[in-house]
Design a binder for this molecule. Structure first.
Ligand SMILES: Nc1ncnc2c1ncn2[C@@H]1O[C@H](COP(=O)(O)OP(=O)(O)OP(=O)(O)O)[C@@H](O)[C@H]1O
Length: 472
């Protein structure tokens, strides 16, 4: 720790207390400017600033003062970037942002300065000569039919902000999370909302592979200038699954310049990815760092209540009333992916429709029989034990043993709780599979893990990671 800055030391301490998502979304985007007796923390925008102020400021202040030793240090939170602190006066365009929750503080001013680095590309062109403007938006993905829950609350709130303040609020908006959790839905919802408000707006949605293919075509046909003009003339560019840019250097180069040109003139960029940008191998560092200039938000796997609410909503849209026990049964069994949840519901509804049967719990079990059997086969206690042991870097035999050190008991409890959650085995069966333990031990483990998940973000994160690994 010797030699590392005060803020780095504080972040290291906070790493022990906060979840990876909290760190990535709120703490790591803060840039520290250390002055005698004052630590200035620059948030990339007002949204981050307000959130940090409300949720983490007290703790940050404590950690900073604990770490700084005898010198008392004042922590000052403001909007700005490390390249240049927030200007006193906001640029006129930004200051006029409609409803722009405090954007007038100038994150864009600061960011734009940083972007006027080597930029040999032409300035954005008017759209007059653009080829056919097709937005590719799916009109069925809207905010209205996006069910809000704890797991997607933040991503939805940020998306609404962007839809209402195009190019002004958070630019780029970067949504990440594993497959089938609603990133594409939210992205289209933003595009549709922009168009509903401004029907003439040029909103373009495309998958990153399509961007790559179009670029290659343009290179082959000597029309790269047209390609550039097209993408730089949009009001909002929505690119899905940018992990597919990995390893494609020429495309990244082109995208980098397009991206800069758009941000510079406050055209909105929205990106999705299946993981946190810094974790995408084969993506250039300069892109990764630029993605962080706006707002990066995660969508987490939906919790049970949200999964039930989604099922109810989809059934309602299909004009079918779903008995609550059926909704709970399906939601409990399909956890990791909303797309699969929808698929299961479709299957139940279609079977009921074709056979004319009522949708009872028994009927749903039967309709999903093979799908669930496949799932049960995949998640076995054995598999859980192996995965947990690997995750916590212990041996599977430790999970069966009588060892009682914390480094073994905690993983053992987590593995038991996962076995209860992910398999249909009874408590005595689970106990038996863990070195012949009693069912009350398993019950205790499940309760303990639930309690710890609520009080300790780290443990919750471990649990969610393992759940994801085992069910995806
Ligand atoms: N909160 C939600 N409310 C309603 N529908 C949802 C919600 N979340 C996801 N869905 C639905 O789940 C399906 C999958 O979502 P989507 O395609 O947006 O996932 P994704 O995260 O983009 O996945 P991928 O990474 O595979 O592209 C869509 O049909 C979407 O409408």
């Amino acid at each position: 720790m010797v030699g590392s800055s005060l803020w780095q030391q504080c972040v290291t301490r906070l790493e022990g207390e906060l979840s990876e998502q909290q760190l990535n979304t709120w703490i790591r985007p803060l840039h520290a400017v250390e002055e005698p007796e004052v630590l200035r923390l620059l948030a990339p925008n007002r949204f981050v600033l307000d959130w940090v102020k409300d949720h983490f400021f007290e703790r940050i202040d404590q950690v900073v003062n604990d770490t700084s030793g005898e010198h008392s240090v004042r922590v000052h939170l403001e909007v700005g970037s490390s390249q240049r602190p927030a200007p006193a006066k906001a640029p006129a365009r930004t200051a006029n942002a409609p409803g722009g929750a405090g954007q007038g503080n100038g994150p864009h001013g600061a960011r734009n300065t940083a972007m006027r680095q080597p930029q040999q590309e032409a300035a954005p062109q008017p759209a007059a000569s653009s080829p056919q403007f097709t937005n590719n938006l799916n009109p069925n993905f809207t905010f209205d039919n996006f069910v809000e829950g704890k797991s997607n609350q933040l991503a939805r709130a940020a998306s609404l902000q962007v839809a209402g303040n195009v190019g002004m609020a958070y630019n780029p908006l970067f949504l990440y999370g594993s497959t089938g959790l609603g990133k594409t839905h939210l992205m289209h919802a933003i595009g549709n909302a922009i168009l509903a408000h401004r029907p003439g707006a040029k909103v373009v949605y495309l998958h990153s592979e399509r961007f790559v293919a179009d670029m290659i075509k343009a290179l082959q046909h000597n029309s790269i200038d047209e390609f550039k003009r097209y993408y730089r003339s949009v009001d909002a560019l929505l690119i899905d699954d940018i992990q597919f840019f990995a390893g494609k250097e020429r495309s990244q180069e082109e995208f980098f310049h397009t991206f800069n040109a758009l941000l510079e003139s406050q055209q909105q960029v929205i990106l999705t990815c299946d993981r946190y940008p810094k974790e995408v191998d084969g993506l250039e560092d300069r892109l990764k760092s630029r993605f962080g200039w706006g707002l990066t938000v995660a969508i987490e796997p939906a919790e049970l209540e949200t999964r039930v609410a989604i099922l109810n909503r989809k059934a309602e849209e299909a004009g079918v009333e779903l008995p609550s026990e059926v909704a709970f049964f399906v939601a409990k069994r399909i956890r990791s992916n909303i797309r699969e949840l929808e698929g299961a519901l479709r299957r139940v509804l279609a079977n009921a429709h074709f056979t004319g049967s009522a949708i009872t719990l028994e009927f749903a079990k039967e309709a999903l029989h093979d799908l669930l059997a496949l799932q049960d086969k995949l998640v076995t206690i054995d598999n859980i034990q192996k995965t947990v042991a690997e995750y916590f870097k212990i041996r599977v035999s430790d999970l069966h043993s009588n060892r009682r050190s914390r480094s073994i008991t905690r993983p053992r409890q987590v593995a038991m709780a996962l076995s209860k959650e992910l398999t249909n085995h009874s408590l005595p069966e689970i106990g038996k599979a863990f070195g012949g333990r009693d069912h009350t031990t398993v019950l205790h483990a499940c309760r303990k893990v639930q309690e710890l998940r609520e009080s300790d973000a780290r443990i919750n994160e471990d649990f969610v990671n393992l759940l994801r690994t085992l069910t995806s």
